[in-house]
Write a protein that binds this ligand. Structure first.
Ligand code: NDP
Ligand code: 8X3
Length: 255
């Protein structure tokens, strides 16, 4: 019986790369995101390429009832989730605190904190019943150190960091591993979403950098998931070579 990985936010970026990586290693996939057309396309591609089974679970992680209903009504054979990659999330805006948009703040907190919690709780209940499992939470360097105009996004990722620590303690008695992965700047659709479709501004974030890619992060996520049963990476930060923390970059520009 193949192992099962459940990936939230699989329609783009890290989640999508993780889908390919885990499928390449023979995992069956449960894939989530709001864009059903992208889930279908991903399912078709990995099923054909890797001959694995894929279950699509389109929902918005902010919809509490839908999250629990979708996960609790999984077919019995799909409830045996080995790995959860709790990855769906976003930044919206990069504004001085007093100029920040309440809508942006609500969406980030509802998605990155509350939605993240709903998925983690629903899946940890399934794992606790089996006394096994591995939850990999997508944090960020922004959850370790605040930067200018990062305010609420950083707060949401600090929350992920604290929740990961709490989960690690409370789920220990169920034999469940909890890993927090904290990437730095990675060129996915993250900045396009953050700047609301302004591709030029999004591109500038990576000026003079060779940033991380989704595949780089997926490699690390898979490494954490592939260690022996008695070994758990608790907390791992990863940046590109040109990034020291959330503020210091060694950009190679012509000017
Ligand atoms: P992308 O924008 O490329 O992917 C984000 C994914 O999250 C998409 O699949 C999107 O799917 C999903 N998502 C967003 N909101 C919801 C929602 N309400 N319900 C369900 N799914 C949702 O960004 P990344 O891959 O870069 O980001 C993935 C995670 O990594 C995020 O948590 C982000 O904060 C974090 N991160 C990103 C970094 C970066 O520099 N790129 C660095 C550190 C951490 P859909 O729109 O179809 O719902
Ligand atoms: C994404 C990385 O530095 O843009 O979490 O906040 S950063």
């Amino acid at each position: 019986m193949a192992k099962i990985v459940f990936i939230t936010g699989a329609t783009s970026g890290f989640g999508k790369s993780c889908a390919y990586k885990f499928a390449a290693h023979g995992y069956d996939l449960i894939i989530n995101g709001r864009r059903a057309d992208r889930l279908q396309q991903l399912a078709d591609e990995v099923e054909n390429k890797y001959n694995v089974a894929v279950l699509q679970l389109p929902f918005d992680v902010r919809e509490e009832k839908k999250v629990f209903e979708s996960i609790n009504s999984l077919p019995e054979e799909w409830k045996a989730i080995d790995v959860l990659i709790n990855n769906a999330g976003l930044a919206l805006g990069r504004d001085y605190f007093e100029e920040g948009s309440l809508n942006d703040w609500n969406t980030m907190i509802d998605t990155n904190v509350k939605g993240f919690l709903y998925v983690a709780k629903a899946v940890s209940q399934l794992m606790a019943a089996r006394k096994q499992g591995h939850i990999i939470n997508m944090g960020s360097v922004a959850g370790k150190e605040v930067y200018e105009k990062g305010n609420v996004y950083c707060a949401s990722k600090f929350a992920v960091d604290a929740i990961s620590q709490g989960m690690r303690i409370d789920l220990l008695r169920h034999n469940i591993k909890v890993t927090s992965i904290n990437p730095g700047a990675a060129e996915t659709e993250f900045s396009i979403v953050r700047f609301k479709g302004d591709e030029e501004t999004a591109k500038k974030i990576y000026d003079g950098l060779t940033p991380l890619t989704g595949d780089d992060v997926a490699e690390v996520v898979y490494y954490c998931a592939s260690l022996p049963p008695h070994v758990c990476i608790n907390d791992l930060s990863i940046t590109c070579l040109q990034q020291a923390n959330t503020i210091y970059f060694n950009r190679h520009t012509n000017s």
